[in-house]
Design a protein around this ligand. Structure first.
Ligand code: ATP
Ligand code: MG
Length: 544
């Protein structure tokens, strides 16, 4: 195979192996456990696994690590497939650890026959208490010297359901004094009397991840088993399993840094908690950092992939600013999203010297002039955004204020003459006059105004609900607080809005740049149009 220029340390390793003949092709796998939905961190792993395979004209499998029936569900398998399709990746083969249960079992029996595994009666607590520490060796199990015959019999009994959960385990016989705790006679099989979503009640013993994973990698012909850094200390065990089970194909494990993002939870355990405690509406809530959530939010998959590409592949863990991710969303939508006008918490404005109505034109997307313009109407009564009118304007307020001039986007310059307040002090209506020779496109007045605001015709609009989202986590960075303290209890804000009419006929799920407000996706719920925030307009991200 022709050598390619390496852009990260994984590719450097592969190039070396290709040139010295250690490997002749690249076959990776993405190995989710179906115990939750994929999150943005998994997107990075997906990009690395599928991206590396593609670069070397290799292939990437989808591999479900379904070795724990108490936590896994079929619905997650389906959701994961959908997420991967959304990102546009195509897996070569799909496999489940459970497809290999027979092979894994046989290899465990082989280890016993070779005197390299034993059945242990210690409880999980006892095993932990005897494991030792980083500075002290562990204590050998009193069951370690059982004969091969006895171990074979007991393991078969385990398989035949003669013991309760936790009563007996199979452990690899390695070295209780190893400086690597993972090599201190790790548990490789346990009893779990829970039906499995694929194998039913065929099995009541299940292999541990550290035992199953290298075997499954080998059986699939994986050349490079790419995983996150927390498995670095497990690599000696991975290699021990490969060597001692005698499997013929030998994959290589390489670890890369996990993706962490500020203000973002990146652990299925916590995401599950948010769902179960009802903090969010489910795994696909638009505030969730799950791929399902991002998709529902309206995040373009192209933006997510570009982000993963740009952050690269590192060997050391770090935290990426959430603003950097948003930057790619904005970049994509600025190019691709049509513009629309929506006024939040609308304020009624009456143009006292105007009668009738007329059509005005505004660009669909100034980034793509070839798309042309869309038509809006302008009439005697319009709405503006609450933020665009001030009774007590601060200095340099160039939006609508008494005695001030402002341009209505695509229409006229208007002068505000007066306003009427409600009893509670809120603005009831604003009165303006329009300047007839200031029409956009044919302005002959020579008048210069400092502010342009958007508006919606009060005689031709569609009411919408506006949903704005805050981060689920309050603090920008993690400083050791309790998770519940970090949780932002006010991450959903609902406002009323009025939208220009064409939003009504636009397709559901279409993303828009709402002028001066942000990027929003159109959703429809119970016949009601919801404009759901994707991301704000302003790029707060400053490259460090
Ligand atoms: P979590 O801790 O969120 O539950 P996990 O690692 O247990 O995640 P798996 O389903 O086992 O989830 O992960 C599948 C693959 O995705 C693994 O190879 C894992 O290393 C990788 N992965 C998980 N989280 C991240 C992350 N934040 N950044 C990069 N890769 C990740
Ligand atoms: Mg895991």
């Amino acid at each position: 195979m022709e050598e390619r220029i390496a852009t990260n340390f994984i590719e450097e390793i592969i190039n070396e192996e290709l040139s010295d003949g250690t490997v002749s092709c690249v076959h990776t796998r993405f190995p989710p456990e179906p115990n939750g939905c994929l999150h943005i961190g998994h997107a990075k792993s997906l990009c690395i696994n599928f991206g590396t395979a593609k670069k070397y004209n290799g292939v990437c499998n989808l591999f479900f690590d379904d070795t724990n029936p108490t936590k896994e569900k079929v619905e997650f398998i389906e959701a994961i497939k959908k997420d991967i399709e959304w990102l546009g990746f195509k897996w070569y083969e799909i496999h489940y650890a459970s497809d290999f249960f027979e092979n894994i079992y046989n290899l465990a029996v082989k280890l016993i026959k070779d005197g390299k595994a034993f059945v242990c009666d210690m409880t999980a607590d006892e095993i932990r208490d005897n494991r030792g520490t980083l500075t002290e060796p562990g204590k050998e199990s009193p069951y370690r010297s059982r004969s091969i015959e006895e171990n074979l019999q007991l393991f078969e009994n385990m398989k035949n359901g003669m013991y309760k959960d936790g009563e007996k385990v199979l452990r690899a016989k390695i070295d209780m004094a190893s400086p690597n705790i993972n090599l201190r006679d790790p548990v490789i099989y346990r009893v779990i009397h829970t039906p499995h979503h694929r194998t039913g009640d065929k099995w009541c013993i299940y292999p541990m991840y550290d035992f199953a994973h290298p075997i499954c990698d080998s059986m699939q012909g994986i050349t490079h088993s790419l995983c996150t850094l927390e498995f670095e200390d497990h690599r000696p065990l991975y290699n021990w399993v490969i060597e001692n089970t005698g499997v013929s194909h030998k994959p290589r494990q390489i670890e890369f840094a996990r993706l962490n993002i500020t203000n973002t939870i990146m652990s299925k355990r916590y995401l599950k908690m948010l769902v179960e405690e009802g903090v969010v509406e489910g795994w696909g809530d638009p505030r969730m950092p799950t791929l399902m959530g991002l998709r529902n939010r309206g995040v373009p998959s192209e933006a997510l992939k570009k982000f993963c590409e740009e952050i690269g592949v590192a060997k050391a863990n770090s935290e990426i600013e959430i603003g950097y991710f948003e930057h790619f969303i904005r970049d994509y939508l600025n190019e691709n999203a049509p513009r629309a006008m929506v006024c939040f918490n609308p304020v009624k404005v009456i143009i006292d010297n105007y009668e009738g109505s007329e059509e005005v034109e505004v660009e669909i997307n100034p980034q793509k002039p070839e798309l042309g313009k869309r038509k809006m109407t302008f009439s005697k009564e319009i709405y503006i955004d609450a933020e665009d009118f001030s009774v007590n304007p601060p200095p340099k307020y160039f939006r609508m204020k008494k005695d001030g001039l402002v341009r209505l986007k695509g229409a006229y310059v208007v002068k505000c003459n007066d306003y009427v307040l409600n009893d509670d002090g809120s603005v009831k209506e604003v009165h303006c006059e329009y300047l007839p020779d200031t029409r956009s496109g044919s302005d002959t007045s020579g008048i210069k105004v400092k502010g342009t605001i958007h508006f919606v015709d009060a005689n031709n609009f569609v009411p919408v609900e506006v949903r704005k989202y805050g981060y689920l986590l309050n603090d920008a960075e993690y400083n050791g607080q309790d998770f519940n303290e970090r949780l932002n209890k006010n991450s959903l804000e609902i406002l009323s809005g009025v939208a220009e009419k064409y939003i009504e006929s636009a397709p559901e799920d279409e993303s828009f740049q709402l002028l001066r407000k942000g990027y929003y996706k159109k959703m429809v719920k119970d016949g009601k149009i919801i404009m759901s925030e994707i991301t704000s307009l302003k790029d707060s991200f400053k490259a460090k």
